[in-house]
Design a protein around this ligand. Sequence first.
Ligand code: HEC
Ligand code: HEC
Ligand code: HEC
Ligand code: HEC
Ligand code: HEC
Length: 450
Amino acid sequence: MMKTGTKRTIAGAAGAALMIVYPLAMFSCGRTQHFELSRFLGPDMCGGCHAAVADQWKNSMHNLSHFDPVYTAVAKHLRKGLTDPDEIAEAESCVKCHTPVGFVTGNPTKVSDDLDRVPDIAKQGIQCDYCHSATGARKMYNNDIRLDPGHGMDNAGTKRGPFTDSHSEFHKSAYSKFHTESGICGTCHDVRHVVYGTKLETTYEEWLGSPYNSSDSNKRIPCQGCHMYQRPGVPATGSTPRPQNPGEAAGGGPQRAHIYTHYFVGANAYVPNKFGDAVKARMAEERLKNAAALTIIDAELSKGIVKVEVKNIGAGHKLPTGLTDVRQMWLEVVVTDAAGRELFSSGKLGRDGTIPAGAVVYNTVFGDGKGKAVANLAKAREVLKDYRIPPLGSVVETYTVPNLKAKTVTVIVALKYRSAPQELLDAVFGAGKIVLPVTTMAEAKKQIAL
Ligand code: HEC
Ligand code: HEC
Ligand code: HEC
Ligand code: HEC
Ligand code: HEC
């Protein structure tokens, strides 16, 4: 049974039908679908036959999207103290993507619901039966996936995927072009403010405008071409081989040339590790270490000028991408003399874990509509800064070393990444309570005689 509009019927605790009317703002991005909870089957069920896929997906950022402690704490932090209804509508909207099965079945409907008291299946985050019940998307942002789930154990419905000849006793199978293209990822990986329309995350849009979105099928790489080819030891980025992964999609199923992997690793080394999955943390580092290249340009060093070129060689979108008002990618530059004495530095983390002023940071900054930066995305009416590196593009940074008199100097450059600034973690969790790993994505060193 599917309902649309702002009224929904949900079975109450006593079994009685309960009519709930939601404020219009919650649906300001269009009509929403509603399904009975029993229409979704849990990942353990799927894993009974798709064991390898289920193992890979376990503790992925998709599996953890509801419980992710950084997400839940940040969501509560951003919601606090808001009074403007438009800002509240945005701050409450997170569950649509982070707890999608819960959202389309009625619990939770918003961030301020008790997120611990949602059905067990909803706690499993972005899961098998959500993605594999998808038939398309209404629009390409804010998770507007169209769903056609089954009717429980006895009639599991149609699972859609990449095969044209797939058979299972348990469920019907169907080929779905949508599943083989970036769009299935893009509808969640482009995020807009629900009222102001401000573009908060643009990973899909960045890919659309990239050389990877090529009409030449030999050059075309959708999201799946990198992220669903990765496995331990095979980072599968734009700068590394992306070999096929032959095997079976289900126990006893036919041998296939490629089984799409389901680790869904991006750049986050902290969260999977927190849930005991060191493998995914290492895979995130492998991905980051094959994303960028650095070149030191010393032609004008005698005048005290050193340039650094940073190239995005591996990511199918800007570097970094996603939640880039929070993510931090920055350059650390150190110049020393022959005796190792530091003549200049930029971007070395302070004792308190913060990036010092003047460092080159690749990120986005939102504004209040009048040119003033805002830290809370609920208040984001404009993008004030978007300084990142386009796919296969590069930028050149210029540094000036004052009073350079040494005869021999060494220039050491590193590109660093972490998932969130220390300032934000300190504000949300308390000073120094959480310190995220910093990954060195690329390094370059040059000794120059002047
Ligand atoms: C975020 C969405 C998403 C989630 C979550 C997800 N899948 Fe998939 N899955 C896909 C896509 C997309 C493909 C096909 C990729 C392609 O063809 O480019 C796929 C492919 C498959 C296939 C075909 C064999 C293969 O791997 O190539 C099976 C079987 C499958 N998934 C089962 C599962 C199971 C079981 C789970 C849960 C443990 C799961 N999927 C979770 C998106 C998802
Ligand atoms: C349209 C879908 C969508 C909505 C709505 C959404 N997010 Fe997300 N969120 C994402 C995606 C996609 C990522 C992963 C991007 C990345 O890794 O940079 C993400 C990642 C995050 C992370 C990073 C988690 C970590 O461990 O580093 C935080 C924090 C977060 N979201 C907070 C929120 C909050 C707060 C809201 C509501 C105000 C929200 N999100 C609404 C899609 C969404
Ligand atoms: C009783 C075993 C069994 C269970 C349980 C099961 N599947 Fe399957 N599934 C199979 C088999 C067998 C295939 C065929 C594999 C092939 O063709 O290589 C398959 C194929 C698929 C495909 C590929 C469809 C295509 O046409 O590309 C997807 C997607 C899929 N299953 C998803 C799921 C999801 C999601 C669940 C849980 C809701 C699930 N399966 C539960 C046995 C099962
Ligand atoms: C050519 C390979 C390639 C393609 C295609 C690609 N990615 Fe990535 N992706 C990477 C690499 C490398 C990284 C790690 C560096 C980074 O963070 O950008 C990454 C990181 C990410 C992250 C984590 C970003 C962060 O810092 O939080 C997300 C989310 C992501 N990709 C989603 C997508 C989506 C969605 C698509 C399709 C629209 C896509 N990717 C296409 C290679 C690719
Ligand atoms: C239902 C919405 C949804 C869909 C569909 C979806 N994602 Fe995600 N994805 C998210 C959210 C939300 C997160 C962040 C979860 C968290 O905070 O822990 C995320 C996280 C990720 C990450 C990890 C980012 C990091 O920082 O490490 C990658 C990689 C990723 N998604 C790739 C994909 C790809 C590839 C597809 C398509 C096959 C896809 N996603 C489809 C919502 C979605």
